[in-house]
Design a protein around this ligand. Structure first.
Ligand SMILES: [Mg+2]
Length: 262
């Protein structure tokens, strides 16, 4: 998810999540390289077109591939797939450097907006009889000042008019590998919620997931950044995209930041 740059100072980062008068994390290090990426994300017609292109393509795909004889649904990532957090990145000049900073300053204010095409897509899925799951690495164990990440996430999605049936988040207080979404993908398909590994708003019946959406390669079952980038550009592993996996562009942050720059 967000790039963790605290490293050995992680304990310090967690304990010093103070706000400055702009509503940003006080220990912020302005990252100038983020500015152009945030501008493209917020103010380019290409970004809007791309989101519509992906959701329109996906709606056609799901219409052709769903099987109404059995329960089915779709799974969407939240940050930079469903909700646009770039308001914070513009305001503060960085994309947050720890999960606690992200939870407190980006999630709890509930100020994020629905991305282009996502309302139409998710509500169309529901009208067609499918389930919509919001599955994110947001930290469902985080609470601050009477607010918590799960409630703020549900509130923000509802206020933005996104149609969904359940929210499944990471549990960073208990899970050993909370950034690995695979146990949550399995829980959605099996109609379960292991509360030691994840935080769920509610549990849906078991169902087949017809399409997955994300802005990070690790938003898709069994795909990992290091493994995928080591493959050739035209490797078969990429053929799942537009065929059940639908990826959106996020030039602001992601697991790609740890790859070698060549
Ligand atoms: Mg995301």
């Amino acid at each position: 998810m967000r790039k963790l740059i605290c490293g050995v100072l992680s304990a310090l980062c967690i304990s010093t999540v103070f706000a400055n008068n702009k509503g940003c994390y006080a220990g912020i290090k302005i990252d100038k390289s983020v500015a152009d990426a945030v501008k493209w994300y917020r103010n380019s017609a290409e970004q809007r077109a791309l989101y519509h292109q992906v959701f329109n393509t996906a709606l056609n795909y799901v219409t052709l591939n769903k099987d109404d004889k059995k329960p089915w649904g779709v799974v969407l990532d939240i940050d930079e797939t469903t909700l646009d957090n770039s308001w914070y990145y513009k305001q503060c000049g960085e994309t947050t450097s720890s999960e606690n900073e992200f939870s407190r300053y980006v999630v709890l204010p509930e100020k994020s907006t629905a991305l282009p095409g996502v309302k139409n897509f998710t509500c169309a899925i529901k009208k067609m009889g499918g389930y919509v799951t919001m599955l994110s690495n947001r930290d469902g164990s985080y609470a601050y000042d009477g607010k918590n990440v799960l409630t703020s996430t549900v509130n923000n999605l509802k206020a933005q008019g996104v149609c969904f049936d359940q929210v499944v988040l990471a549990d960073r207080a208990d899970a050993k590998n909370p950034s690995d979404k695979n146990p949550r993908f399995e829980a959605v398909q099996n109609g379960t919620c292991n509360t030691k590994l994840m935080v769920c708003s509610n549990v849906l019946p078991a169902h087949k997931v017809v399409a997955y959406f994300g802005d990070n390669i690790q938003d898709f079952p069994k795909l990992f950044q290091a493994k995928m980038i080591s493959k050739s550009k035209d490797d078969e592993a990429y053929s799942t995209f537009a065929n059940g996996f639908f990826i959106l562009t996020n030039p602001m942050y992601g697991s790609w930041q740890d790859n070698k720059f060549m």
